[in-house]
Write a protein that binds this ligand. Structure first.
Ligand code: ADP
Ligand code: ZN
Length: 818
């Protein structure tokens, strides 16, 4: 027995779904090498597991009283891979979002780092001596011939040897061999892509006969002769047929090229000195600077319309942060949005800049992450998950477009990156800047209560006017103009004639929204999800937008046998067709989830627009956000109402934010912009606020109604989602959970903990990917109440057999009630 006085203990979060951390004894020979934030191999039941040390204790922790603690088996890192402040953040997330700490840490690490290392076997020095003495053991003999060898190699080399695993274990226990652990980090090997190059234009006769061929040649022409096949495949029907045919004629050739590896999405800008801040910008800058210098926690809400100069303030604040020897983190909602930011940041910070988004291949992600960890790159620009970047001496966090819904992860660990960023800033004692032209009502509420310092940038740089906004009442339009109204048609023609660009926004993709049987009302539905299928013309198929299921349009109604099913409603694909009819010579770029498979596709399309290779840009919310297109002078909002139909208390907020963002795309350059908003509800207060571009009065009205209804930000919500593949199982479990929640709610009243239980009810999306969904909402007035209540319910729920048969997920501060 070792002297218990000198024993040390480690608390380990195993990378799995365990809801507790585990305690281990630190063997004396590992004492020196153990630190918080390193990975270790520990015994777990009868197997071994990898985990991260989250705490070290000098004394036996109370939580482990009465349990025989086992020793840590091996140390897997020489230095911490998660800094202590990030471990604290992960602990907070695990507790706040009710998610296992080990899995939170796994989310925080680049893929591969949170799994298991490769294990190799090698002789110890004792083993080597022993081996020369007795040559009888084949296993030892083999290991003596080689350096470190994997189990697979040993098995291959000694095919007749039995029970190798067990024998190795015995040898290890005798200290004759040892295990060596090696992490296999993903290498960013060059990625090859196939592109099509136009060598000579095909015969004109052939071109005239075929629409796809004309399209293909035009696309290649517009792109300067070469385009990846992947990109062409999305627009050109029967692409492979045409490629083979043209190859035979010698008109095209297929090239194999290496995809660019630096993952620099943005075009490089020549270095240029930072402009002098305007007086308004300077005021904002000077309010924040002292907090960076003194490292003090303070949230700021920067309210400024698009084009008011927020990005320039970010750049100059980050410069000051870096100059003070600290790191900076800038969060943006989406990768495509980051490209312009990236260009500016790269221009000022060069190779100190790290980029983090889902478009990076695993190897590049790993490289960026390890260079951030080592302090080589101290300015990090990234999307939601960049909140987990291990930036040493973090001194400033910026969250751009803080209202954006994509900061909320809507599966597994359902965290909100802005809220986590606030927590990280407060733990570190550093300033955090939330910027937006249309801040979330939550942030506006906090700034009204003085929890945030509000800073505003009035107007646009150079006093560029806000665009002129015209509302078209679609109820008054002729039948034929239900997609593009007369004023919008005229404006499109005029814009094209003036050589300007137009943007058309519609938040629905596809061609028709759904197919309907005119005699019995049957609508083709997805078999796995409770939604109707959307018609896509180019593919001539019906698709489910939730799970991707595809089928042909039925020739006859499966319900009544009627042979006429007609398309209803419309999406981006249909709008594209309408624009083609109106402006046959226009070059059109469409951006939605059908044309964008890879984040870089979007970057390319947006670049084409920026370089004026397109006249009309059509897209869904993907194009609504902060992109800067100086030559776009017309913005058409095709259906300004759709969001109003969503049964969610945030529908109005989301819609106004989105419409204002879209409208802000017009007139970013020298020319004034024009916005045409088509709507069936011209007098609805949300539409009226957009028309007046008056976000503040919208917020005042909306906050008043939320307070009346006791909705967030005045209260807090939590969603309990029950899913299973069987309908009855799901319903019964949800009912049982409802009973349990009400029991607990009643009980906790004595502890001065008050919550309201709403539901259970089937979720609006009652079935998704073949799983039935029911949910319950919990409303609480404080975080403490919400925490206590949910912990109690989850603990008790473990013993309910009905709940063990379903998947139960917790969504704290949910964004959408789907
Ligand atoms: P936002 O981020 O609020 O949309 P930006 O920071 O992108 O606004 O500013 C809009 C435009 O004004 C950009 O082209 C930017 O280069 C320019 N700009 C910003 N600040 C200044 C300044 N102080 N002097 C000159 N130009 C500026
Ligand atoms: Zn589906």
């Amino acid at each position: 027995m070792s002297d218990s006085q000198s024993e040390r203990f480690a608390e380990v979060a195993v990378f799995s779904a365990l809801d507790k951390t585990l305690h281990y004894v630190v063997p004396s020979h590992l004492c020196e090498r153990l630190q918080i934030g390193i990975r270790v191999l520990v015994p777990l039941g009868r197997r071994e597991a990898t985990g991260l040390i989250v705490a070290l204790h000098e004394r036996r922790p109370d939580a482990s009283a009465g349990i025989a603690l086992r020793p840590i088996r091996a140390v897997l890192d020489s230095s911490p891979i998660v800094p202590e402040d990030l471990i604290c953040l992960c602990k907070w997330m695990a507790s706040y979002y009710f998610y296992p700490l080990g899995e939170v840490l796994q989310t925080a690490l680049p893929s591969g780092t949170g799994s298991s290392p490769q294990t190799l076997f090698a002789l110890t020095s004792t083993g080597k001596e022993k081996c020369t003495a007795e040559k009888d053991s084949t296993l030892l003999g083999l290991l003596a011939e080689r350096d470190a060898t994997s189990l697979e190699e040993i098995t291959r080399a000694l095919p007749s040897e039995k029970n190798i695993r067990h024998k190795l274990k015995v040898l290890e226990e005798k200290s004759l061999i040892e295990r060596i652990f090696r992490w296999q980090n993903p290498q960013p090997g060059p990625k090859k892509i196939k592109s099509l190059q136009l060598l000579a234009p095909p015969e004109s006769e052939q071109m005239e006969r075929s629409v796809p061929l004309r399209l293909l040649v035009q696309l290649l022409d517009d792109a300067g002769g070469t385009l990846p096949l992947r990109v062409l495949r999305q627009t050109v029907p029967n692409l492979d047929y045409w490629v083979r045919k043209l190859q035979k004629q010698g008109a095209v050739q297929v090239l194999e090229t290496v995809e660019f590896r630096e993952f620099q999405c943005a075009q490089s800008l020549p270095p240029s000195p930072a402009p002098t801040l305007t007086p308004h910008q300077k005021k904002v800058f000077e309010a924040i600077l002292p907090h960076i210098e003194q490292s003090s926690f303070q949230p700021f809400l920067l309210f400024g319309v698009t084009g008011s100069g927020k990005t320039e303030i970010y750049l100059q604040l980050v410069e000051k942060t870096v100059a003070a020897g600290k790191g900076a983190l800038i969060l943006v909602p989406e990768i495509a949005l980051s490209t312009q930011m990236e260009a500016f940041f790269r221009q000022r910070f060069g190779s100190r800049l790290a980029i983090w988004h889902s478009g990076l291949p695993a190897g590049a992600r790993y490289d960026q992450w390890s260079e951030i960890l080592s302090g080589k790159r101290d300015v990090v620009l990234g999307v939601r998950s960049a909140i987990f970047m291990p930036i040493p001496r973090l001194g400033l966090i910026i969250v751009d477009e803080e209202h954006d819904a994509s900061y909320k992860q809507d599966d597994r660990l359902r965290y909100h990156a802005r809220d986590a960023a606030l927590m990280r800033a407060s733990m570190l004692g550093i300033p955090i800047l939330l910027g937006s032209a249309t801040p979330s009502l939550q942030s506006i509420h906090h700034s009204q209560n003085n929890r945030y310092t509000t800073l505003t940038l009035p107007g646009r740089i150079f006093d560029r006017p806000l665009p002129d906004l015209q509302v078209v009442d679609m109820r008054r339009e002729m039948r034929g103009n239900r997609i593009l109204s007369k004023p919008l048609r005229e404006a499109l023609e005029e814009t094209k004639q003036n050589g300007r660009q137009a943007l058309l926004f519609l938040n629905r993709r596809g061609f028709a929204t759904f197919y309907l049987c005119n005699s019995c009302g049957y609508v083709p539905q997805c078999t796995a999800c409770s939604v109707s299928l959307t018609y896509h013309q180019k593919a001539d198929r019906l698709r489910c937008h939730y799970c991707g299921w595809e089928q042909t349009v039925p020739e006859a109604c499966p319900q009544c046998g009627n042979t006429i099913l007609t398309p209803h409603g419309f999406g981006t694909e249909r709008v594209e067709e309408e624009v083609r009819k109106l402006l046959p010579s226009a070059r059109i770029v469409r951006i939605d989830r059908d044309t964008v498979n890879h984040p870089l596709d979007m970057v390319r399309s947006l670049d084409a627009v920026r370089q004026r290779q397109a006249d009309v840009l059509i897209g869904t919310q993907m194009i609504a956000k902060g992109h800067d297109f100086p030559n776009i002078t017309l913005v058409g909002i095709i259906n300004g109402d759709t969001a109003l139909q969503i049964a969610d208390f945030r529908a109005g907020e989301t819609m106004v934010q989105l419409l204002m963002q879209v409208a802000g795309r017009a007139g970013r350059g020298e020319e004034p912009g024009r916005v045409i908003l088509q709507t069936y509800n011209p007098t609805h207060y949300t539409i009226e606020s957009v028309v007046r571009m008056d976000y503040s009065s919208f917020c005042a009205r909306e906050l008043e109604s939320r307070e009346k209804l006791q909705y967030p930000p005045f209260t807090r919500f939590l969603k309990l989602l029950v899913t299973a593949s069987d309908e009855t199982t799901t319903r019964l479990a949800a009912m049982e959970l409802g009973v349990l929640c009400r029991e607990v709610a009643l009980e906790l009243r004595d502890k001065d903990c008050h919550v309201a239980v709403l539901g259970p009810a089937p979720a609006p999306l009652a079935k998704l990917k073949s799983r039935y969904r029911w949910h319950l909402f919990i409303k609480a007035w404080t975080n403490r109440e919400m925490q206590l209540f949910t912990e109690t319910v989850l603990n008790r729920g473990k013993n309910h057999p009905a709940l063990r048969r379903v998947q139960l997920s917790v969504d704290r501060d949910p964004m959408m009630s789907v």
